[in-house]
Structures are given as C-alpha cells and as structure tokens.
Design a protein. Structure first.
Length: 150
C-alpha cells in the first residue's frame, strides 16, 4: 500500500496514459479533429490532413456526404469540413481514375504529404482551407497509379 500521495500520482499517470492512447487512436482513425472540437480546442490544419490520411474509407464517404457535421459546432470547423468533403470526393475520383483503392491513395499520397509537413513545419503553418485544398489536390494530381505505390 502506497501513501495517499503515491496512489493519487499513480491514478493521475494512468489517467494521462489512457488519454494519450485515446488521442493516438483518434489520430490513427481520422477522428482527432472531432476530439479537439469536443474539447473546445482549435483544430490545426495537420489534424484535418490526418482525417484525410487515416480515416477509413467509410468515414470519409460520410464526410463527403455531409454526415458528421453535427459534431462540429463552430463556423471555421464547418468550413474545414467542407474542404475535407471536397477532397474526399476528389480522392474517390482519383482512386477510380488510377485503379487504386482509397486506402492505397491515402497511404501513397496523403500519409506522404503528412510526413512532409512534419519534416518541414513551415509548410504546415496556418494555411487556411483554400491553400490546404490546393496542396492536397496537387499531391493527388501528381499521383499516377500503381507505379507510385512503391
């Protein structure tokens, strides 16, 4: 039996560890923007890119159809959701055009773009929805099919 202080510290560490795991899971499933929104925290551009890069195809289709808007209450996030919906539609079109799955495109294009943002943080500075859409569009348009999957 530890002291009250040790037990309290241990509970706090477990709670923080659980929160970290939940945040990581939400990032890897494309749900991080909604987690931040629920906390009332501004959603950075990289989190919107993570939604595009990591969300399952069904979730992206829901976004493209305007599904989860009820989870986003502020106007700026609704604008970002519109950008994500547009890019999801373009992701699907590009997948059909190249004969790849949405998941293959996410990995080949969007995860690479995400990694580029991490390596050069200046490109991930506050860009806004319109430049974000253009940057993702350019990355998608540069993808030419199965030869780019390597």
């Amino acid at each position: 039996m530890g002291s009250l202080l040790e037990r309290s510290r241990s509970r706090r560490i477990r709670s923080q560890a659980r929160e970290l795991v939940e945040e990581c899971e939400s990032f890897l499933t494309g749900q991080y923007p909604s987690v931040l929104q629920a906390r009332g925290v501004p959603v950075p551009e990289w989190a919107w890119l993570s939604l595009l890069a990591h969300a399952p195809a069904e979730t992206l289709m829901d976004h493209a159809a305007g599904g989860p808007r009820r989870n986003y209450l502020d106007r700026l996030n609704l604008i970002w959701l519109g950008a994500v919906a547009l890019l999801t539609q373009e992701l699907v079109v590009q997948a059909e055009r190249t004969g790849c799955s949405v998941e293959e495109l996410q990995h080949a294009v969007l995860v690479r773009l995400e990694l580029r943002w991490v390596q050069t943080p200046s490109t991930a500075s506050v860009v806004g929805p319109s430049p974000f859409v253009e940057e993702v569009r350019q990355a998608l348009n540069q993808f030419r099919g199965s030869s780019n999957l390597r």
